[in-house]
Design a protein around this ligand. Sequence first.
Ligand code: MRU
Length: 338
Amino acid sequence: MAAGEGRALAPEEIVRLDDGPDGVAVVLLDQRRLPLERVELRCTSAAEVAEAIRTLAVRGAPAIGIAAAYGMALAAGRGEDLVAARAVLAASRPTAVNLFWALAELDAWQGDPAERARAIHCEEVERCRRMAEHALELFAPGVRVLTHCNAGGLATGGVGTAVGAIIRAWEEGLVEHVYADETRPLNQGARLTAWELEQAGVPFHVIADSAAALAMARGEVDLVVTGADRIAANGDTANKIGTYGLAVLARHHGIPLVIVAPTSTVDLATPDGSGIPIEERDGAELTARFPARNPAFDVTPAALIAAIVTERGIHRAPFLDLSPAAPRQGGSPAGALS
Ligand code: MRU
């Protein structure tokens, strides 16, 4: 099937628990093949789901959590050893806290794991919708936005965080143009964000990661919006490698950086970014010829973040209101960031 049908993917087209004739399976749209091909991957064990997460067939923090929840439901449905299933899923990737959050949700659930896993998927999509509505007030009319990696529906099981907010703002006529960083080394921006923006009809250009500074210096970027893989209690935020550099550039040029991420990405048990585990991926993703280091994420200090949008609202430094128990505070935003 050729990729690209001009409409947003339904949540179940991205990841689902499937009760087929051959038994229960987790079915994933294989993101490694996009945008060239739209191919589904059928996982029939928790180990296969873990391998799909490890190899980025499914990626993006909320989508990883959803896939892991479905992986536990699959393991239960097929009578696997649930302790071993949980362990293999938990070992698949270290940085996105949504993985561990979703596994803990399943641990605490007394009923049918499939029911809770499907509910987690629905809840994450609903959180994205709410974030996109909250984020609208941060987009001034005519804004030119830069985003990094892929934080669209593919990364969340539907709708998206940063890209969901950008598309929603574009629907309201607020966004003039989007720059999508290519996002080396695996090009989630040039492959996935570009594909999603194209599907939505949003005007955009892919730029090399190293072109962001020039775009900012030329006055071509008004706002930087990204997702997150883990937000520490103080607001320090881990996201795809290169986000920290963008944040420094944005601060230098007086451009606000906004993070859009659900509370399932907030890790209150980690006080600050120094405690966030950073995934080191195979150097062969960079070069097969030479030794290479390949950290997949970096941490942007809270001081460089203008606002964090969760489904609960807009949070501003010092981000004391990220706790689900805390009353919303930090002041309501006075319209678009400038
Ligand atoms: O390595 P990836 O592709 O899983 O990294 C994903 C990101 O860094 C995303 O920006 C992040 O998960 C936010 S997704 C809504």
